[in-house]
Design a protein around this ligand. Structure first.
Ligand SMILES: Cc1cc2nc3c(=O)[nH]c(=O)nc-3n(C[C@H](O)[C@H](O)[C@H](O)COP(=O)(O)OP(=O)(O)OC[C@H]3O[C@@H](n4cnc5c(N)ncnc54)[C@H](O)[C@@H]3O)c2cc1C
Length: 417
């Protein structure tokens, strides 16, 4: 089933009777070449690129819940490539280029909207840091424009520019940054993988990983044992628990991150805006709701819900930046479990067990990484060597201390990145 304008017209005129399910609901087979644990954005994109780029289709994605029920359907949908450090900047640049061709590639509307991202700064020192970041972004092929106060005022006239504590000095504008519809990304990749023969098995929790003589042999699941020559772990906030099934202790802590949506308003915010004096950012969804979020809840947890102190903090930050937000009613808030590394950068690597691979540590920036991560993880699994764009994401950097990528410069504390 292909989507096109003509098709939408035809279905509209004939009672929408011709649409078919986007993917099959197969029974798990007893044996696959490759099993991917986790049907989130990263697991699905990995399966898609395994099939599309490497012709590997005897693949199953095992998801304990339903497709799109994890962080891929819970995030605030920001897509950007505004990183500073070598390694991160190459990877996110690679991912953004994949985003830019994604809808055509998947034949699926993921509502990728490059509406531009503006990171605000509120002091001379912060301006210097953003100028440096912008130079780095431009020098490696991404886009950045340093705006002064009047430049920001032109784009975002509704901000409180003269707030006595946090006056707006200017902003770093990243025009190719923006948003996408989160669950559509999961559905698009799921459909693309399924069309190429990948089995997507929902309600199938992996409960054990079978290893013999240092080599992976398959997995135990709530729907029976499944043999596999290669296994990829891509379970985001559950990375530590699933890796423990293979006897591994990861340098990962799981923390809660919350998001908020208001009632629908007329279009008023045309960019993604990030406050420089606290962790607060917002955009407006196509339905009109203001979508915003803030920092982690600050303690490790597997509870997929948020707590009141961070809600208060996020609302205060929003009011400081943009007092008019106080008139909007918050309709919903929710939490997701973030897999935080000690340097804030991810891991895409082999493990010490032959045939077992891991992709994790996306902290709260893993949505924009969905295409890049799947592309690079599929390359690693298929070819047993890292993709050039992800070659710095080695697991052993946390053991050796060599190659750490602390983008925020906050030191080895998971919840500060
Ligand atoms: C509130 C919030 C806001 C965010 N905002 C942004 C943003 O604006 N931009 C951005 O880039 N990133 C953002 N993120 C981060 C981003 O959502 C995540 O980094 C990314 O989605 C994680 O990868 P995933 O999609 O594969 O995870 P998930 O969708 O969580 O996928 C992992 C899957 O593994 C499954 N699983 C776990 N254990 C097992 C098991 N034993 N067996 C089988 N399956 C298992 C889970 O059920 C889950 O479906 C945000 C996250 C949250 C929560």
């Amino acid at each position: 089933m292909r989507f096109s304008g003509l098709r939408v017209l035809k279905e509209g005129l004939t009672g929408n009777k011709g649409w078919r399910p986007h993917w099959r609901d197969p029974e798990p087979k007893s044996d696959y070449d490759i099993v991917i644990i986790g049907g989130g954005g990263h697991g699905l994109s990995t399966a898609y690129y395994l099939a599309r780029e490497h012709g590997l289709t005897n693949v199953a994605v095992l998801e304990k819940g339903y497709i799109g029920g994890g962080n891929v359907g819970r995030n605030t949908t920001i897509v950007r490539a505004n990183y500073f450090l070598e390694g991160n900047s190459q990877f996110y640049s690679h991912s953004l280029k994949l985003w830019e061709g994604l809808e055509e590639d998947l034949n699926y509307n993921v509502m990728h909207s490059q509406r531009g991202l503006i990171n605000l700064f509120h002091s001379d020192g912060q301006r210097d840091a953003f100028a440096r970041r912008g130079n780095m972004m431009n020098s490696q092929g991404d886009d950045a424009i340093l705006l002064d106060r009047e430049g920001v005022r032109k784009e975002l006239p509704y901000l409180d520019f003269d707030n006595p504590r946090f006056p707006v000095y200017g902003g770093l504008f990243h025009p190719r940054g923006g948003t996408a519809r989160h669950d559509a990304v999961a559905w698009g990749y799921a459909r693309g993988a399924d069309q190429r023969g990948v089995d997507l098995i929902q309600n199938c929790e992996v409960t054990g990983i079978d290893i013999e003589n240092g080599k992976v042999r398959g997995v135990q699941t709530t729907r029976g044992a499944i043999r596999a020559k290669k296994v990829g772990i891509v379970v985001a906030g559950r990375s530590g628990q699933v890796a423990a099934m293979a006897g591994m202790r990861l340098p990962i802590e799981s923390h809660i991150l919350q998001a908020f949506v208001t009632e629908g308003l007329k279009p008023c915010i045309h960019h993604v805006v990030s406050f420089g004096m606290g962790h607060f950012y917002m955009s407006q969804s196509d339905k009109g709701g203001l979508v915003f979020g803030g920092d982690l809840d600050f303690y490790a947890s597997y509870a997929q819900r948020g707590n009141l102190p961070m809600k208060e903090h996020v609302m205060e930050a929003g009011m400081a930046l943009m007092p008019m937000i106080g008139k909007a009613k918050v309709l919903r808030s929710w939490g997701g479990i973030m897999d935080m590394t000690p340097d804030g950068s991810p891991i895409i690597d082999k493990t010490g067990i032959d045939g077992l691979y891991i992709d994790c540590g996306w902290c709260y920036g893993g949505f924009k990484a969905v295409p890049g991560s799947g592309h690079c993880f599929a390359h690693l699994i298929a070819q047993d060597r890292p993709h050039a764009a992800a070659e710095k994401y080695r697991l052993d950097r946390f053991r050796t201390g060599y190659g750490l990528m602390d983008e925020e410069g906050t030191g080895p504390q998971h919840n500060l990145h």
